[in-house]
Design a binder for this molecule. Structure first.
Ligand code: BGC
Length: 332
């Protein structure tokens, strides 16, 4: 009897050690970066890619991930979605370095600025790891391809829409994701270009939300106190329009015109309610999907185009019941 319990005890220990070492092995192989999710149901995968956004816990990026995972399943790719939980450039760069150290077959990443990202992307390419940029390009790096919005153009169409939809004097405040992000500054530049010859439109303030909805709301509130003449807002990243709309609605300033970015659920609700007038729709799902397809083609020796712009269009209330291809939202 004593023998039997000793045997059961030893078997238990051996089983425990075996499971533990397997878990450690796989967690080191596939997830040594922090916040991550993996499509671990891909047996015998052909390639291992890593997708690194500026903020993993963001509904816009979850849509990009959704598209990427769908293409990964189709192409037998093990795809890791990993990066800072909340926007943080150092963590973003470290994640890229760690992905390279674990010898992945390809890296898909947003490139946030032209100072820190190009040297790192170049060193990844020099180590033989293909890099595709997504959502925000790094034109001055050796990245192989870009897939995403033409950010300057997307800001330009927002400016054109504001001109089209308003009459008389317009004092507009811009709330942008980050001053340091190239996609955000390109959107602001495009917007400025569109309105520059329209004398009745003045840009009176520009603040950054750090891509946080709460901060966008705080900034909108602060702007309305400092510049009571503001009668229009442009929010240049996915959560800015939502933050602005919350404040405008709370303060009952229904004369204020709001144009936002992206088609997340709350944005669509605010458009239905007439609080947000229009939004620039991007194609995050499509970006994610195509980024994986591009990388697979690359690894299979095919030539891929350097620039791959996804569609950008303006969505307003009447489009919600039409066939216009809305960028999607995470609950679809
Ligand atoms: C941008 C992303 C950004 C996100 C933040 C989107 O409009 O394309 O780059 O991370 O907004 O919420």
């Amino acid at each position: 009897m004593r023998h039997l319990s000793k045997l059961i005890f030893l078997t238990g220990i051996i089983l425990f050690l075996f499971t533990f070492s397997i878990a450690v092995y796989f967690s080191q192989r596939m997830n040594n970066y922090g916040e991550t999710s993996v499509n671990s149901k891909i047996p015998n995968y052909k390639y291992h890619f890593v997708l690194v956004p500026e903020e993993v816990d963001n509904d816009y990026w979850r849509l990009v991930e959704k598209g990427a995972q769908e293409a990964a399943r189709k192409n037998h790719v093990l795809l890791e979605y990993v990066g800072p939980k909340q926007g943080n450039i150092d963590e973003h760069l470290k994640t890229l370095e760690k992905a390279a150290a674990s010898n992945v077959d390809g890296i898909i990443t947003q490139s946030l600025n032209e100072e820190e990202f190009p040297p790192l992307i170049d060193s990844l390419i020099d180590q033989g790891i293909p890099v595709v940029t997504i959502d925000t390009d790094s034109e001055n790096s050796k990245r192989i391809s870009y897939i995403g919005t033409n950010n300057y153009y997307s800001g330009f169409i927002a400016g054109t829409k504001l001109i089209e939809d308003t009459k008389g004097e317009v004092n507009v405040a811009i709330i942008t994701g980050n001053f340091h992000s190239s996609n955000q500054s390109l959107r602001v530049d495009g917007f400025k270009e569109a309105v520059k010859h329209e004398e009745r439109i003045k840009i009176v303030a520009i603040e950054e939300s750090k891509i946080s909805q709460i901060r966008a709301a705080e900034k909108a509130y602060q702007i309305l106190n400092e510049y009571p003449q503001v009668n229009a807002f442009f929010g240049t990243s996915a959560l800015d329009g939502i933050g602005i709309a919350q404040i405008v609605q709370q303060l009952n300033r229904d004369y204020i015109y709001i144009i936002g970015f992206d088609t997340l659920k709350e944005t669509i609700e605010y458009i239905k309610d007439g609080v947000i007038n229009a939004t620039v729709s991007q194609q995050p799902f499509e970006m994610g999907y195509q980024s994986v397809e591009l990388m697979v083609q690359l690894l299979e020796g095919k030539k891929v185009p350097e620039i791959n712009y996804t569609d950008t269009l303006i969505i307003q209330k009447e489009d919600l019941s039409s066939d216009k291809q809305i960028g999607g939202n995470i609950n679809d």
